[in-house]
Design a protein. Structure first.
Length: 184
């Protein structure tokens, strides 16, 4: 997998922004792009690398305005070289669930929609954008969440479009990855 090797080389050659000791790698893209799959591969290729999912902060009711909680519970402690502690959102029960701790390490992957948003830039060492066609993202989302979630997916995609147009995270990405790639 030469592309994965290129990505790992980019990450390993990066430096954390001062005063961080942890290199935070954002893997951003719109819903169904393949971010979680890529995050698992990146985490597996790096030693001692936790993955934090923006889905642990978002919900169907709040799909993009969750960022202050992630910044407060995750990024600010890591920027102070302290352990982060956050409460995961349970999508089935639709409520906050258990607390998760992430200690400073060489690498932490922050994966999910809006993981490279402007409010996080000062903490990021590397930003990856996963680009996948809209119809494929919808197909993947419905395969995962079920046909009953189609209306939610359409609303989610409209909200993501607003994020994308306002921030253009693809333009500030250190690397753009094709979400149609087969990694296995």
């Amino acid at each position: 997998m030469p592309l994965l090797r290129e990505l790992i080389d980019l990450i390993e050659g990066s430096e954390p922004p001062p005063p961080l000791s942890t290199r935070i790698i954002a893997i951003d893209g719109l819903g169904g792009a393949g971010k979680t799959t890529l995050a698992g591969l990146v985490s597996g290729a790096l030693s001692d690398c936790a993955v934090i999912h923006t889905d642990d902060f978002a919900s169907w009711e709040n799909n993009l305005d969750w960022w202050p909680r992630l910044r407060e519970q995750v990024l600010e402690p890591l920027m102070a070289n302290e352990a982060a502690r956050y409460q995961r959102y349970d999508w089935l029960r639709r409520e906050l669930a258990e607390w998760i701790e992430v200690k400073p390490a060489d690498y932490v992957v922050l994966e999910g929609v809006a993981s490279s948003r402007a409010q996080f830039q000062e903490a990021l060492a590397v930003s990856i954008w996963v680009e996948t066609p809209r119809d494929e993202r919808l197909r993947r989302g419905l395969a995962r969440d079920g046909e009953a979630m189609r209306d939610y997916w359409f609303q989610w995609m409209r909200d993501e479009d607003r994020y994308f147009e306002a921030e253009r995270p693809d333009l500030r990405a250190d690397m753009i990855v094709d979400g149609l790639l087969t990694w296995s």
